[in-house]
Design a protein around this ligand. Structure first.
Ligand SMILES: Cc1cc2nc3c(=O)[nH]c(=O)nc-3n(C[C@H](O)[C@H](O)[C@H](O)COP(=O)(O)OP(=O)(O)OC[C@H]3O[C@@H](n4cnc5c(N)ncnc54)[C@H](O)[C@@H]3O)c2cc1C
Length: 263
Protein backbone atom coordinates (compact mmCIF):
# COMPACT_ATOMS: atom_id res chain seq x y z
CA UNK A 1 0.00 0.00 0.00
CA UNK A 2 1.26 3.50 -0.83
CA UNK A 3 1.27 5.97 2.03
CA UNK A 4 1.14 9.74 1.77
CA UNK A 5 0.67 12.84 3.88
CA UNK A 6 -2.18 15.25 3.32
CA UNK A 7 -2.38 18.97 4.12
CA UNK A 8 -5.16 21.50 3.63
CA UNK A 9 -3.71 25.01 3.14
CA UNK A 10 -5.99 28.04 3.37
CA UNK A 11 -4.40 30.18 0.64
CA UNK A 12 -3.20 29.75 -2.93
CA UNK A 13 0.26 31.00 -1.95
CA UNK A 14 0.58 28.40 0.83
CA UNK A 15 -0.52 25.62 -1.52
CA UNK A 16 2.09 26.58 -4.14
CA UNK A 17 4.81 26.89 -1.48
CA UNK A 18 3.95 23.46 -0.08
CA UNK A 19 4.17 22.00 -3.58
CA UNK A 20 7.57 23.61 -4.22
CA UNK A 21 8.97 22.51 -0.87
CA UNK A 22 7.88 18.91 -1.10
CA UNK A 23 8.93 17.84 -4.59
CA UNK A 24 6.55 14.85 -4.75
CA UNK A 25 3.14 16.41 -4.26
CA UNK A 26 -0.19 16.47 -6.08
CA UNK A 27 -3.17 18.78 -5.74
CA UNK A 28 -6.54 17.37 -4.74
CA UNK A 29 -9.85 19.09 -5.57
CA UNK A 30 -12.97 16.91 -5.79
CA UNK A 31 -10.95 13.69 -5.95
CA UNK A 32 -13.28 12.16 -8.56
CA UNK A 33 -10.33 11.36 -10.84
CA UNK A 34 -7.44 11.45 -8.39
CA UNK A 35 -8.85 9.15 -5.69
CA UNK A 36 -9.56 6.28 -8.14
CA UNK A 37 -6.06 6.86 -9.58
CA UNK A 38 -4.53 6.54 -6.11
CA UNK A 39 -6.53 3.38 -5.44
CA UNK A 40 -5.39 1.88 -8.74
CA UNK A 41 -1.77 2.92 -8.02
CA UNK A 42 -1.73 5.04 -11.17
CA UNK A 43 -0.59 7.94 -9.01
CA UNK A 44 1.55 7.67 -5.88
CA UNK A 45 2.40 11.13 -4.52
CA UNK A 46 4.13 11.55 -1.18
CA UNK A 47 1.95 14.54 -0.33
CA UNK A 48 -1.62 15.45 -1.24
CA UNK A 49 -2.37 19.17 -1.10
CA UNK A 50 -6.10 19.46 -0.59
CA UNK A 51 -7.25 22.72 -2.24
CA UNK A 52 -10.77 22.69 -0.85
CA UNK A 53 -10.20 25.26 1.94
CA UNK A 54 -8.91 27.93 -0.46
CA UNK A 55 -11.74 30.42 -0.82
CA UNK A 56 -9.79 32.32 -3.54
CA UNK A 57 -10.68 29.40 -5.82
CA UNK A 58 -14.42 29.84 -5.30
CA UNK A 59 -17.01 32.23 -6.69
CA UNK A 60 -19.11 32.86 -9.76
CA UNK A 61 -19.42 36.39 -11.17
CA UNK A 62 -20.57 38.06 -14.38
CA UNK A 63 -19.01 41.41 -15.26
CA UNK A 64 -18.32 43.17 -18.55
CA UNK A 65 -19.48 40.24 -20.68
CA UNK A 66 -17.17 37.79 -18.91
CA UNK A 67 -18.42 34.95 -16.73
CA UNK A 68 -15.77 34.02 -14.17
CA UNK A 69 -16.03 30.69 -12.38
CA UNK A 70 -13.59 29.74 -9.61
CA UNK A 71 -11.71 26.51 -10.27
CA UNK A 72 -13.00 24.85 -7.11
CA UNK A 73 -16.64 25.33 -8.14
CA UNK A 74 -18.40 21.99 -8.34
CA UNK A 75 -20.46 20.89 -11.35
CA UNK A 76 -23.59 20.80 -9.20
CA UNK A 77 -23.05 24.47 -8.25
CA UNK A 78 -22.51 25.47 -11.90
CA UNK A 79 -25.68 23.62 -12.89
CA UNK A 80 -27.69 25.36 -10.14
CA UNK A 81 -26.21 28.86 -10.52
CA UNK A 82 -28.65 31.56 -11.60
CA UNK A 83 -25.66 33.73 -12.63
CA UNK A 84 -24.40 31.01 -15.01
CA UNK A 85 -27.93 30.33 -16.28
CA UNK A 86 -28.44 34.02 -17.05
CA UNK A 87 -25.04 34.57 -18.70
CA UNK A 88 -24.32 31.29 -20.54
CA UNK A 89 -27.18 28.83 -20.04
CA UNK A 90 -25.35 26.21 -22.14
CA UNK A 91 -22.68 25.97 -19.42
CA UNK A 92 -25.26 25.30 -16.70
CA UNK A 93 -26.87 22.68 -18.92
CA UNK A 94 -23.49 21.10 -19.66
CA UNK A 95 -22.66 20.84 -15.96
CA UNK A 96 -25.94 18.99 -15.46
CA UNK A 97 -24.89 16.43 -18.08
CA UNK A 98 -21.60 15.49 -16.37
CA UNK A 99 -21.60 11.95 -15.00
CA UNK A 100 -24.05 11.37 -12.15
CA UNK A 101 -25.21 13.26 -9.06
CA UNK A 102 -22.36 11.94 -6.93
CA UNK A 103 -19.63 13.05 -9.34
CA UNK A 104 -21.35 16.41 -9.90
CA UNK A 105 -21.50 17.01 -6.15
CA UNK A 106 -17.74 16.45 -5.71
CA UNK A 107 -16.06 17.10 -9.07
CA UNK A 108 -14.84 20.61 -9.84
CA UNK A 109 -14.45 22.59 -13.05
CA UNK A 110 -10.78 23.20 -12.25
CA UNK A 111 -10.09 19.52 -11.59
CA UNK A 112 -11.74 18.57 -14.87
CA UNK A 113 -9.96 21.16 -17.00
CA UNK A 114 -6.59 20.56 -15.26
CA UNK A 115 -6.96 16.82 -15.86
CA UNK A 116 -8.01 17.31 -19.54
CA UNK A 117 -9.49 13.87 -20.05
CA UNK A 118 -10.25 13.62 -23.80
CA UNK A 119 -13.81 12.48 -22.93
CA UNK A 120 -14.53 15.31 -20.46
CA UNK A 121 -17.24 17.81 -21.31
CA UNK A 122 -15.90 21.19 -20.18
CA UNK A 123 -12.84 21.36 -22.46
CA UNK A 124 -15.31 21.77 -25.36
CA UNK A 125 -16.88 24.82 -23.71
CA UNK A 126 -13.48 26.30 -22.83
CA UNK A 127 -12.27 25.99 -26.44
CA UNK A 128 -15.50 26.99 -28.22
CA UNK A 129 -16.00 30.05 -26.02
CA UNK A 130 -12.32 31.06 -26.19
CA UNK A 131 -12.06 31.09 -22.41
CA UNK A 132 -9.06 32.32 -20.46
CA UNK A 133 -7.53 30.01 -17.86
CA UNK A 134 -6.37 32.01 -14.85
CA UNK A 135 -3.67 30.37 -12.74
CA UNK A 136 -1.74 31.33 -9.64
CA UNK A 137 0.86 32.97 -11.91
CA UNK A 138 -0.55 33.91 -15.35
CA UNK A 139 -3.43 33.90 -17.80
CA UNK A 140 -3.56 31.27 -20.58
CA UNK A 141 -5.73 31.49 -23.70
CA UNK A 142 -7.78 28.37 -24.43
CA UNK A 143 -6.04 27.94 -27.79
CA UNK A 144 -2.68 27.55 -26.02
CA UNK A 145 -3.95 25.54 -23.07
CA UNK A 146 -4.88 22.08 -24.40
CA UNK A 147 -1.67 20.40 -25.53
CA UNK A 148 -2.65 16.70 -25.82
CA UNK A 149 -4.40 13.81 -24.10
CA UNK A 150 -4.40 14.54 -20.35
CA UNK A 151 -1.88 17.30 -21.08
CA UNK A 152 -2.15 21.04 -20.68
CA UNK A 153 0.04 24.12 -20.66
CA UNK A 154 0.00 24.10 -16.83
CA UNK A 155 3.55 24.00 -15.50
CA UNK A 156 4.80 21.87 -12.65
CA UNK A 157 2.96 22.96 -9.51
CA UNK A 158 0.81 25.58 -11.29
CA UNK A 159 -2.72 25.85 -9.92
CA UNK A 160 -5.72 26.57 -12.10
CA UNK A 161 -7.53 29.28 -10.14
CA UNK A 162 -10.45 30.37 -12.34
CA UNK A 163 -12.00 30.08 -15.76
CA UNK A 164 -13.13 33.24 -17.56
CA UNK A 165 -15.70 32.68 -20.31
CA UNK A 166 -16.55 35.50 -22.77
CA UNK A 167 -20.36 35.65 -22.91
CA UNK A 168 -21.53 34.71 -26.43
CA UNK A 169 -24.71 35.81 -28.19
CA UNK A 170 -25.81 32.19 -28.21
CA UNK A 171 -24.37 28.80 -27.30
CA UNK A 172 -25.44 25.18 -26.97
CA UNK A 173 -23.92 21.78 -26.20
CA UNK A 174 -25.02 18.36 -27.39
CA UNK A 175 -23.49 15.12 -26.14
CA UNK A 176 -23.60 11.42 -26.91
CA UNK A 177 -22.76 9.90 -23.50
CA UNK A 178 -21.02 6.58 -23.01
CA UNK A 179 -23.76 4.24 -21.81
CA UNK A 180 -21.69 3.01 -18.84
CA UNK A 181 -19.76 6.04 -17.55
CA UNK A 182 -21.63 9.03 -18.89
CA UNK A 183 -18.40 10.45 -20.33
CA UNK A 184 -18.71 11.96 -23.81
CA UNK A 185 -18.26 9.54 -26.70
CA UNK A 186 -18.68 12.76 -28.63
CA UNK A 187 -19.76 16.22 -27.52
CA UNK A 188 -20.17 19.34 -29.63
CA UNK A 189 -20.25 22.88 -28.23
CA UNK A 190 -21.38 25.65 -30.56
CA UNK A 191 -21.01 29.37 -29.82
CA UNK A 192 -21.96 32.45 -31.80
CA UNK A 193 -20.29 35.83 -31.24
CA UNK A 194 -21.95 38.25 -33.68
CA UNK A 195 -21.33 36.82 -37.17
CA UNK A 196 -18.52 34.59 -35.89
CA UNK A 197 -19.14 30.92 -35.08
CA UNK A 198 -16.94 28.65 -33.00
CA UNK A 199 -17.41 24.89 -32.70
CA UNK A 200 -15.41 22.55 -30.44
CA UNK A 201 -15.58 18.77 -30.23
CA UNK A 202 -14.75 16.65 -27.20
CA UNK A 203 -14.87 12.90 -26.57
CA UNK A 204 -13.67 11.72 -29.96
CA UNK A 205 -10.43 13.57 -30.68
CA UNK A 206 -7.39 11.29 -30.76
CA UNK A 207 -5.35 14.37 -29.81
CA UNK A 208 -7.96 15.73 -27.41
CA UNK A 209 -10.51 18.48 -27.80
CA UNK A 210 -10.42 20.25 -31.18
CA UNK A 211 -12.16 22.96 -33.18
CA UNK A 212 -14.31 21.92 -36.10
CA UNK A 213 -12.91 24.59 -38.38
CA UNK A 214 -14.62 23.39 -41.58
CA UNK A 215 -18.01 23.70 -39.87
CA UNK A 216 -17.09 27.12 -38.48
CA UNK A 217 -16.14 28.37 -41.95
CA UNK A 218 -19.34 26.97 -43.50
CA UNK A 219 -21.48 28.58 -40.83
CA UNK A 220 -19.71 31.94 -41.08
CA UNK A 221 -20.28 31.84 -44.86
CA UNK A 222 -23.79 30.41 -44.93
CA UNK A 223 -25.29 30.64 -41.46
CA UNK A 224 -26.29 27.77 -39.21
CA UNK A 225 -28.40 26.16 -41.94
CA UNK A 226 -25.31 25.64 -44.13
CA UNK A 227 -24.59 22.10 -45.23
CA UNK A 228 -21.70 20.96 -43.09
CA UNK A 229 -19.80 17.85 -44.14
CA UNK A 230 -18.16 15.92 -41.29
CA UNK A 231 -15.88 13.22 -42.73
CA UNK A 232 -13.89 10.92 -40.47
CA UNK A 233 -10.93 10.84 -42.85
CA UNK A 234 -10.48 14.60 -42.34
CA UNK A 235 -10.52 14.50 -38.54
CA UNK A 236 -8.11 13.14 -35.90
CA UNK A 237 -10.64 10.75 -34.33
CA UNK A 238 -10.33 7.78 -31.99
CA UNK A 239 -11.05 4.56 -33.85
CA UNK A 240 -11.91 1.69 -31.52
CA UNK A 241 -14.20 -1.35 -31.89
CA UNK A 242 -16.94 0.08 -29.66
CA UNK A 243 -17.01 3.47 -31.37
CA UNK A 244 -15.21 3.37 -34.75
CA UNK A 245 -14.12 6.60 -36.40
CA UNK A 246 -16.98 6.62 -38.98
CA UNK A 247 -19.50 6.33 -36.14
CA UNK A 248 -17.81 9.17 -34.26
CA UNK A 249 -17.83 11.40 -37.37
CA UNK A 250 -21.53 10.68 -37.88
CA UNK A 251 -22.17 11.44 -34.20
CA UNK A 252 -20.34 14.76 -34.48
CA UNK A 253 -22.54 15.64 -37.47
CA UNK A 254 -25.81 14.84 -35.74
CA UNK A 255 -24.68 16.48 -32.45
CA UNK A 256 -23.75 19.63 -34.36
CA UNK A 257 -27.27 19.72 -35.84
CA UNK A 258 -28.75 19.07 -32.41
CA UNK A 259 -26.71 21.89 -30.83
CA UNK A 260 -27.64 24.30 -33.63
CA UNK A 261 -31.28 23.34 -33.23
CA UNK A 262 -31.10 24.19 -29.53
CA UNK A 263 -29.77 27.73 -30.06
C1 LIG B 1 -17.98 7.57 -12.82
C2 LIG B 1 -17.46 8.85 -13.41
C3 LIG B 1 -18.10 9.42 -14.50
C4 LIG B 1 -17.64 10.60 -15.04
N1 LIG B 1 -18.32 11.15 -16.09
C5 LIG B 1 -17.90 12.34 -16.58
C6 LIG B 1 -18.61 13.00 -17.61
O1 LIG B 1 -19.66 12.57 -18.07
N2 LIG B 1 -18.11 14.17 -18.08
C7 LIG B 1 -16.96 14.74 -17.58
O2 LIG B 1 -16.58 15.81 -18.02
N3 LIG B 1 -16.27 14.15 -16.60
C8 LIG B 1 -16.72 12.97 -16.08
N4 LIG B 1 -16.04 12.40 -15.07
C9 LIG B 1 -14.79 13.00 -14.63
C10 LIG B 1 -15.03 14.01 -13.57
O3 LIG B 1 -15.64 15.12 -14.13
C11 LIG B 1 -13.64 14.34 -13.04
O4 LIG B 1 -13.29 13.26 -12.22
C12 LIG B 1 -13.60 15.59 -12.30
O5 LIG B 1 -14.02 16.65 -13.06
C13 LIG B 1 -12.22 15.91 -11.84
O6 LIG B 1 -12.36 16.99 -10.98
P1 LIG B 1 -11.98 16.83 -9.48
O7 LIG B 1 -12.28 18.12 -8.83
O8 LIG B 1 -12.61 15.61 -8.90
O9 LIG B 1 -10.41 16.65 -9.62
P2 LIG B 1 -9.39 15.73 -8.83
O10 LIG B 1 -9.74 14.29 -9.03
O11 LIG B 1 -9.25 16.20 -7.42
O12 LIG B 1 -8.06 16.09 -9.62
C14 LIG B 1 -7.90 15.68 -10.97
C15 LIG B 1 -6.50 16.10 -11.44
O13 LIG B 1 -6.41 17.51 -11.58
C16 LIG B 1 -5.42 18.06 -10.68
N5 LIG B 1 -6.04 19.27 -10.14
C17 LIG B 1 -7.22 19.33 -9.46
N6 LIG B 1 -7.55 20.61 -9.22
C18 LIG B 1 -6.56 21.38 -9.77
C19 LIG B 1 -6.33 22.78 -9.88
N7 LIG B 1 -7.22 23.69 -9.41
N8 LIG B 1 -5.20 23.21 -10.49
C20 LIG B 1 -4.31 22.33 -10.99
N9 LIG B 1 -4.47 20.98 -10.93
C21 LIG B 1 -5.59 20.51 -10.33
C22 LIG B 1 -5.15 16.97 -9.65
O14 LIG B 1 -3.84 17.05 -9.14
C23 LIG B 1 -5.38 15.71 -10.48
O15 LIG B 1 -4.23 15.43 -11.25
C24 LIG B 1 -16.50 11.22 -14.50
C25 LIG B 1 -15.83 10.66 -13.39
C26 LIG B 1 -16.32 9.49 -12.84
C27 LIG B 1 -15.62 8.92 -11.65
Amino acid sequence: MNTFDIIRPGTLADAVTAYRNHGDAMYLSGGMTLVPSLKAHLAAPGLLIDLTAITELLGISHEDDVLRIGALTRFADVAASSTVAAAIPALAAMAGLVADRHVRNRGTLGGSVANNDPAADFPAAVLALGATLVTDRRRIAAEAYFTGLFETALEEGEILAALEFPVPDAAAYAKHPHPASGYAVAGVFVARFGADWRVAVTGSGAEGVFRLTAAEAAMIAGGPAATIPVAHADLPLFDDPAFPAPFRAAAIGWLLSEALGAL
